[in-house]
Design a protein around this ligand. Sequence first.
Ligand SMILES: *[C@@H]1O[C@H](CO)[C@@H](O)[C@H](O)[C@H]1NC(C)=O
Length: 294
Amino acid sequence: MLKDNFKLLLLLLAALLCQIVHCQQSCPSSDWIENGAFCYLLVNGTTGRSFDEARTDCQGRANGADLLWISTDSELSWFEDYQARAWNIKKNWAQCTDCDRRVEAAWIGAYRDDLGIFRWIRDSQAVEINLNWYFGQPKDTPLDYILADDTGSSIRYRTDTREANRKFWHFCKVQHRDPTTPTPMPTTTLPPYLGPCPTRYWTEQGDSCYLLVKGESGRSVDEAEADCSARSSKAGLLWIETADEAAWCEERDRRVKDVAHLQVPVQRKHSHDSAVYVDSAVNQLRHHLRAYND
Ligand SMILES: *[C@@H]1O[C@H](CO)[C@@H](O)[C@H](O)[C@H]1NC(C)=O
């Protein structure tokens, strides 16, 4: 009596431990093959099942299990990998006593609805992967239920009916744990905020401030550079880092017509590409200065 109680206690402890360390995160039994968050089972055996019987069978094997559904192309290629999975449907077909003799195949959980759309039986979602149909497939209604056909070297798909005498093996699938959440993008550390624009005459755009220095006289490039630096320690003659920024500047150019830009970064971006642009900015500036001098 005491011994029985002790056994019971051990079982309870084991169950409790399972709750804590997620024993349920493995497949329902060793027959299932694990792939990521899911487990897959080929129900082969000596008897086949109709589509409806197959579905009932899957649902009875584990909580949340159903006839195979496939969500992504990579899952599909995993399932169809002829070398790795060794479903051996064709090879073992003779062992099934009541399966169709002409087609070595197993049900998957897909069907065609009244509108001709293929759907997963599990949740009626449309099939969004590319099923590789067997030659001449899919056949017309009422052959609306999908089989994975083992050709001996590949998996191809075909349709059949849900009539009770149409018996084949079948594939079940169950999710046994949460899909691994993709690792979050590393948060990019922004460069420090360098403060608002130096004065209200600067135009703020994105991270930067821009100023067109006009006046009665122009400046040489060196003078212009010195002028920019004098206005703010972070300012310099216009440099452009991105295509978007260039487009913005050019758009402004067109509107203001005679523009020489100075830019001060509010948040200074890395400027390793800026050398390429400095020349054109300088040329632009020269051009504008000339325009002023004329
Ligand atoms: C069913 O599949 C399992 C593993 O996939 C295999 O070991 C077994 O021989 C198969 N049985 C039949 C009857 O094909």
